[in-house]
Ligand binder design. Structure first.
Ligand SMILES: [Zn+2]
Length: 170
């Protein structure tokens, strides 16, 4: 799979994108290539062309926009919470549940700020109560994850060498 690392104007990792998306961004002039040894090669013969495996956005995007890129999903929530019950610390398997910190019945919404990974027993103990009411304590205050926080370990294992210089904080 030919993947391109997308970094922002300030050299912060934004995402890993497919070559198709990369070509679109290049065509629109929204990114500039960073010089790399290994290049992404598209097509063969006379239609072949290649570009850098790291692209830098030339337009500034505010930090808020970075954050909103991380869509809420069960998978991302579990990665954020390291597959641990956020109440008792139990390692969670397939039976992991999503707990709404402020229960839905009390107006709590499904978002990174109001949801945590939870084991079944903790989730049913808590019932329709807030953690305080149920006498339970959250290990961490839920936060919206960044791309880098979710994919740090993936990037650590799968990044080509030339990406490493651009992935700060690994
Ligand atoms: Zn638990």
């Amino acid at each position: 799979m030919q993947r391109t690392l997308l970094i922002d104007k300030n050299y912060m990792v934004l995402s890993i994108i497919t070559w198709k998306k990369a070509v679109k961004l290049l065509a629109k002039g929204k990114v500039e290539p960073i010089k790399t040894k290994k290049r992404i090669v598209i097509n063969k013969g006379p239609n072949a062309f290649s570009f850098s495996s790291i692209l830098r956005l030339v337009i500034e995007i505010p930090w808020r926009a970075h954050q909103s890129r991380m869509k809420f999903s069960r998978r991302n929530l579990m990665i954020r919470d390291q597959h641990l019950c956020q109440y008792c610390g139990t390692k969670l398997g397939k039976s992991a549940t999503i707990d709404h910190v402020v229960p839905k019945s009390r107006g709590g919404i499904t978002s990174y700020l109001n949801c945590v990974a939870s084991c079944k027993p903790c989730n049913s103990n808590k019932r329709d109560l807030t953690p305080e009411q149920a006498g339970m304590t959250l290990k961490y205050k839920p936060k919206k994850p960044s791309f880098l926080s979710l994919y740090r370990s993936y990037l650590n294992e799968h990044s080509p060498k030339e990406w490493k210089d651009y992935i700060i904080g690994l």
